[in-house]
Design a protein around this ligand. Sequence first.
Ligand SMILES: [Zn+2]
Length: 419
Amino acid sequence: MDLRVDPDRLRADFDALAAIGATPDGGLDRTTFSDAHLAARTWFHERARAARLECGIDAAANHSAVLRSRDPVAPTLLLGSHLDSVRRGGRYDGALGVVCALEVLRTVQDAELDLPVALEAVDFTDEEGTLIGTFGSLALAGGLTREDLAAPRGGRALLVGELARAGLTEDGVLSARRDPATLAGYLELHIEQGPVLERAGIDIGIVTGIVGASSFRVTFEGEARHAGTTPMDARRDAAVGAAAFVVGVRDVVSRTFPGCVATVGDIATEPGSFNVVPGRARLRLECRSLDGAQLDRLEEALVGRARAEATAFGLDVTVERVGRVEPAPTDSDVRGALADAAAALGLTTMELPSGAGHDAQSLSAVTPTGMVFVPSRGGVSHDPAEQTAWEDCLNGANVLLHATVALARAGRPVNHLAR
Ligand SMILES: [Zn+2]
């Protein structure tokens, strides 16, 4: 099949979108529900309307453009990403996936392909977490809870104010769930945001899944004593135990958990002065894995290491779980369709996990989901310097197009996850 997206139309859209909320350093600022974010969403609907696509906004403010099937009860294959950004972010994160989704719909429409599914390009609300994080996709997938709304990442006051400003209600947001039986799948194109594809010289990444993450507060307790009069062998120095643990975390992961990561992102000692031996050290620990059972074992090994270091340095330790997000594997049939599409286009591929969260994580719980990564220059992301070669963007768009057509034509994809 020699169907291709229109490179000029896609480029014009990408540039027009990147100008909305642009910062002088080449990046952009489009935090959720900011004026620039709302303008970007309006722009998306204008472009969709210009292409005679049906526009929709759901109760979580997710913005859609739909290309209907001739079959009025056909299920919907979703293609999407997000138009919001982090503060002072880059032009590619999220935006590339949305313009490519829109371009796939227009290309299918222009070619007058008669597909047995509806295609829907979606711009999900608040992926980056100004308010909650993957907020719109969780709402659509039915994964958003009242507890999420009660304790949002950006603070309750901000959420309440911003929902009101956007004309949304909490009950409405919780009702935005779509019946999985109406969904045929979800595809997302995204920049890798890491250096793996570029280092390997590979065109296209096929995402095996989005890693799960666990976070803990670890506190070592010793005794605060005079730093001048307390002999070295009479100390219970919490900072020493903490330091040994930081090195130990690295050791545990690199020796026993290939493919996993763990990080001590913060250390604070008390009382925190020149002349007092630290009596307490508080650490923030996070670890990630693509496999739930492996994540269990990793957690256990890290907690065990904290206990061992405490014992070694005569300290007490407490480990308190702060949160856990389960890994979200992608669907093997969808991965196959993406790999076939790339091969047919003469592109090289590799499978890799996503260390970052994405809307695909929400959707993978309810419908067959796949993700395409395109290389990020220098692995830079969430930064104005974020960049992907235009040829790589185009390659990704064409892989998305061909996989979409193949999955749609495979008949009505059976959504095994519908319940
Ligand atoms: Zn993103």
